[in-house]
Design a protein around this ligand. Structure first.
Ligand code: SAH
Length: 346
């Protein structure tokens, strides 16, 4: 097959061989075509709608020690915090007023929030906001715990697989963390009935083209509703402090390829993308993303949830943030919508 038709082939067949993916991933000559086709694919499912999700960072305590992450347990310089149930509910109230219909509760793996407490918080949100989606992003748990959260009213779960290659996973995580468990969690979540989000960082240390292809293959197996892709950004208090960040170009390329593989998916233009480039989020939408996740955490904790250096949007009030995102999305011809924004079935 002539290589100039690769992007077209991907758009029409929703797949490519490993060799063909490698060609797309390693060249920038397809980027314009990939973006155009991804834009069409996204429009055919979602039009120009962009969904907003309110991100509430409930705790920066973590029992894990991921080498890339600023809130890893070995980082002694982090001022740790956790939000109370009432603080979380107050974030939801602010968010609801501003038009948010999805609340994402994200945090480190903090054992302080045992299953009972998480269920209590989820039930309280569910009772107050029947028309909203509740998304959790609290790391690896047992099937039983995930089921309990689901039964309390959670609908969605974000758990990036980070990298599907077991060898590469071992270079990003301490030995007690295993890709097999991460994958098992994702399949458990799906089986329980969650809309599941997987995903990975682009340009993480030691990542190869083959690793990225393994990520795409894993996504094909899982068929998640949501796919989070953002650049790796070094944090100065981690073992990866001297590694360079993932590139804007490669991240956008992967967003477009992912949109073409999974035209129905919910794909965020991430905060990390907005951090490596002032127009990163807009470029992400133009490359095929259709979700943004502004911060709803209380202002006084924002800086403490620093997964990587210079994380943006840590200084604005929720309302300011909502307004700013609105303007930015409108400026590129898209609309922020106040909708629950469930995944569109294929
Ligand atoms: N404890 C939860 C939430 C993790 S934070 C969990 O395990 O799912 C959410 C995401 O931020 C992670 O999945 C990771 O992909 C991303 N992240 C962490 N450190 C990062 C860094 N240095 N650069 C870019 N993204 C990072």
């Amino acid at each position: 097959m002539a290589t100039d038709l690769l992007a077209q082939k991907l758009a029409e067949t929703f797949d490519l061989s490993d060799d063909e993916f490698a060609i797309l991933l390693e060249s920038d000559s397809f980027d314009g075509e990939l973006r155009r086709l991804a834009d069409n694919a996204r429009r055919s499912y979602y039009g120009t709608d962009v969904y907003i999700r309110g991100l509430i960072e409930i705790s920066n305590y973590c029992r894990n020690d991921c080498f890339y992450c600023g809130i890893r347990r070995s980082n002694r310089y982090v001022a740790r915090y956790r939000l109370t149930k009432n603080e979380i509910l107050s974030c939801c109230a602010t968010g609801y007023e501003l038009g948010y219909r999805t609340f994402v509760l994200q945090g480190g793996e903090d054992t302080f929030y045992n299953d009972d407490l998480i269920c209590e918080i989820v039930s309280a949100i569910r009772k107050l906001y029947v028309d909203c989606a509740i998304t959790l992003s609290l790391g690896e748990k047992s099937h039983q715990s995930y089921k309990a959260f689901f039964d309390s009213g959670a609908n969605r779960y974000l758990l990036r697989h980070e990298t599907a290659s077991s060898e590469h996973y071992g270079k990003l995580h301490p030995p007690e963390m295993k890709i097999d468990n991460r994958k098992k969690c994702l399949f458990d979540l799906k089986q329980i009935g969650y809309q599941v989000g997987a995903g990975f960082m682009v340009g993480s240390p030691y990542q190869t083209t083959q690793d990225l292809i393994a990520d795409l293959r894993f996504l094909q197996q899982l068929e998640p509703a949501m796919i989070g892709i953002g650049p790796f950004i070094a944090h100065s208090q981690t073992p990866f402090q001297y590694f360079k960040s993932g590139s804007l170009k490669l991240t956008l390329r992967l967003l477009s390829i992912t949109r073409l593989l999974f035209p129905y998916a919910l794909i965020p233009a991430t905060t990390a993308l907005g951090t490596i480039d002032p127009f990163g989020r807009e470029l992400g939408i133009l490359a095929g993303a259709n979700v943004v996740m502004p911060n709803l955490s209380p202002l006084n904790v924002r800086k403490k949830y620093e997964l990587y250096d210079n994380k943006n949007c840590t200084g604005e009030e929720a309302a300011e943030c909502r307004h700013c995102i609105n303007k930015r999305i409108n400026s590129i011809g898209f609309n922020l919508v106040t909708l629950i924004g469930n995944v569109k079935k294929r």
